[in-house]
Ligand binder design. Sequence first.
Ligand code: PMP
Ligand code: GLN
Length: 397
Amino acid sequence: MTLPDVDPLVARMRPFGTTIFAEMSALAVRTGAVNLGQGFPDSDGPPEMLAAAADALRTGQNQYPPGPGIPALRAAAAAHQRRFWNLEYDPDGEIVVTAGATEAIAASILALCEPGDEVVCFEPYYDSYAASIALAGAVRRPVTLRPDETGRYAFDPAELRAAFGARTRLVLLNSPHNPTGKVFTPDELALVAELCQEHGTFAVTDEVYEHLVFTDAAAGHLPLAGLPGMRERTLRISSAGKTFSCTGWKVGWVSGPAPLVSAVLRVKQFLTFVNAAPLQPAIAVALALPDAYYTGFRENMQQRRDQLVAGLTDAGFDVLVPEGTYFVTADVTALGGRDGVEFCRSLPGRCGVVAVPTQVFYDDPEAGRRLVRFAFCKRPEVLAEAVTRLRGLATTR
Ligand code: PMP
Ligand code: GLN
């Protein structure tokens, strides 16, 4: 019998095309543009970590690691969370190593959501959220972040309250937030915590930018799990890719109370089973680096933020200054842009720079129609070259 002549892809994945990051990075390669689209650093992480990975490769640590991750990495992840966030997790049963934060997010949602369950999230949202929610057959309930009169992204508390209901299973919270660079304030987090408790819902927190909150942010990083009544209902996700500039290694971990973590492990074991054997000991070394590493990393990234914010402002963009992450968003209206997607598709041809339109991260594209995102996790000379090119934009309208 011949195969039916229809799209073989399951219906729930059909709305998802190629990710914007892949599309824009391919465009950068094709056009030779400076790539400030996809968020990856262009220099390596700590040398101690790289040496430990090379050692592990040479000393036979190349077979399947244990399902939850090697003990040294789980112990290091527990010690790190105690050191920086005053959170206690038992390395045996409350921490699972995953193939990046992406797998942690997917496994958490697949583990907790029945078809039809609702997931409250904030838009614009990181693109894998919508796909993971769809794979689980769950339904997203986005709450929109909008720049206020001071240029800070904020949400309407009434809109958040209204998003919670009888079918809400979990809230998916990303702070510091990609793509806006928003750091949720203690008051905002308190409201999320209050609603989770009022409605008996879980929380999954994507904290991959936990070490990228800048010194001029209104508040420092505050894990939702640290708020009263939240530890027992929260899965907290971290990624080595961001904290140690090794996005291609895809090592993350999820921490939480044993019943929740064990549910995640049940799913994870059939997604990838295990991952990154020789990289796990190296991340354990990196996590134990002294505070000076973390401070230096943040200061360095803050300087780059300042460099790009100044350059974009100079080039005529209306910049929304981020408090964290390694992204800055800007409104393109002042440069004659009416639509971020159109703007980003034409940018390489106009001036040789790639950025990402943030409207693709909204259910309501109107809310992000004129916003674009630039990554500043690049060497200062690369940022300087991008700014020089962008300055020419005003003349190519
Ligand atoms: N969450 C957010 C908010 C991200 O920006 C990213 C990617 N940079 C991820 C998750 C995925 O992290 P990983 O590469 O560790 O899978
Ligand atoms: N997290 C990175 C970003 O937001 C890229 C991740 C990806 O390419 N999937 O740019």
